[in-house]
Design a protein around this ligand. Structure first.
Ligand SMILES: [Zn+2]
Length: 119
């Protein structure tokens, strides 16, 4: 693990990028569940009593919208897990010694990006 002197502008830019990635991940993940729940659930509950056109529209919205949201979540998660800490340059949320839940604190050096993201 290397340690770099921390440039404030780089720190703030990294913090904003990290917060944006984490927000994009959670919005996409929850959005996918909402799309499947709101548009897909009636397909299963009202299968026989539903017009074919309405069923097709709901199915299209469910498949395209839900899949798109979860694809966005997968891409955001990939970028989030490969995000580099601006101070120690290690992966910010991935560690062998602790959980990999994306918090605002580096798993390697303990740098907290929450305060910089507020700037
Ligand atoms: Zn770090």
């Amino acid at each position: 693990m290397t340690s770099n002197p921390l440039d404030t502008r780089a720190w703030i830019a990294a913090a904003k990028r990290f917060v944006r990635l984490r927000r994009r991940f959670w919005l996409s993940f929850v959005g996918g569940w909402l799309v499947f729940g709101i548009f897909g659930l009636p397909l299963f509950l009202l299968d026989d009593g539903m017009n074919g056109v309405v069923r097709g529209i709901l199915g299209g919205i469910t498949f395209v919208g839900g899949s798109g949201c979860w694809l966005g979540a997968v891409v955001a998660r990939h970028h989030l897990f490969h995000f580099r800490c601006p101070r120690c340059e290690s992966t910010f949320v991935m560690s062998w010694t602790s959980h990999s839940f994306p918090t605002s604190r580096c798993k390697h050096c303990g740098l907290d990006l929450r305060a910089a993201a507020m700037a």
